[in-house]
Design a protein. Structure first.
Length: 239
């Protein structure tokens, strides 16, 4: 019996196996996994709260990209190019003048040299754009002599803008611009101080030939009328 009991006790069914040892770090990783799964509802709730803010920020970005941005303040052509293009523009005038005191949009100037265009008679008036023009000033100091390149606007034949040529002749750049203008348009001349007589008023040979017969006819008619008056007056006296 003792042998049998030993054999039974040593059977595989009742054999004693060593206990499983815990794997290092497995319990820690399991705890982290449980913690992450427990945080999922919190993350979802946080996204629900921040979703409107994210949508609003996205709308602001889209609106900023959609709104057209303002173009550059101004883009002026080089002064020499403006001066050269004035020769091809029949509405442009090129002259030098001494500026007066600006009143509103009007800048009275006394022209000293006319280079291109139809010169005005006497004191000329330049129409200036807004004094705060972002492209440049249109208010030359009173008493200074400038080279002007003007254009024809809807309200004036002599108009300037911030991009127009306004060269101070006391500076080297102004003197160089005047020399270039004289190369293009000639030396120029002083403007007339008096208005020329309108064409047709000065008597010429043709006008005298036309007026002479008319004058003779008028004198003859007056002589006939005077003779009739004298004849009728004598008849009444004789009766």
């Amino acid at each position: 019996m003792s042998f049998f009991s030993r054999s039974v006790d040593s059977s595989p069914s009742t054999a004693h196996f060593p206990k499983a040892r815990p794997v290092p770090g497995l319990r820690i990783r399991a705890g982290i996994a449980r913690r992450n799964f427990s945080m999922v509802p919190c993350v979802c709730r946080g996204m629900r709260r921040t979703a409107p803010l994210l949508v609003a920020l996205a709308m602001v970005v889209v609106a900023h990209l959609w709104i057209p941005r303002p173009v550059a303040a101004c883009s002026c052509v080089a002064p020499t190019e403006v001066l050269e293009s004035a020769g091809r523009d029949p509405g442009s005038s090129v002259f030098t003048a001494t500026a007066g005191v600006r009143i509103g949009d009007s800048i009275p100037v006394s022209i000293t040299r006319w280079l291109k265009g139809t010169p005005p008679v006497g004191l000329a008036v330049i129409e200036g754009s807004d004094p705060g023009d972002m492209c440049g000033s249109t208010s030359p100091p009173a008493g200074s002599e400038y080279l002007f390149v003007t254009y024809t606007s809807e309200t004036s034949r002599l108009a300037i803008s911030g991009c127009s040529v306004q060269a101070d002749l006391t500076t080297l750049d102004g003197a160089a611009m005047l020399a270039r203008a004289m190369d293009l348009f000639g030396a120029g001349a002083a403007p007339p101080t008096e208005a020329p007589a309108p064409a047709g008023l000065a008597p010429g040979p043709d006008s005298i030939a036309v007026l002479a017969p008319a004058a003779i006819a008028i004198v003859a008619a007056m002589g006939i009328i005077l003779g009739l008056y004298l004849v009728l007056g004598r008849r009444r006296g004789s009766t």
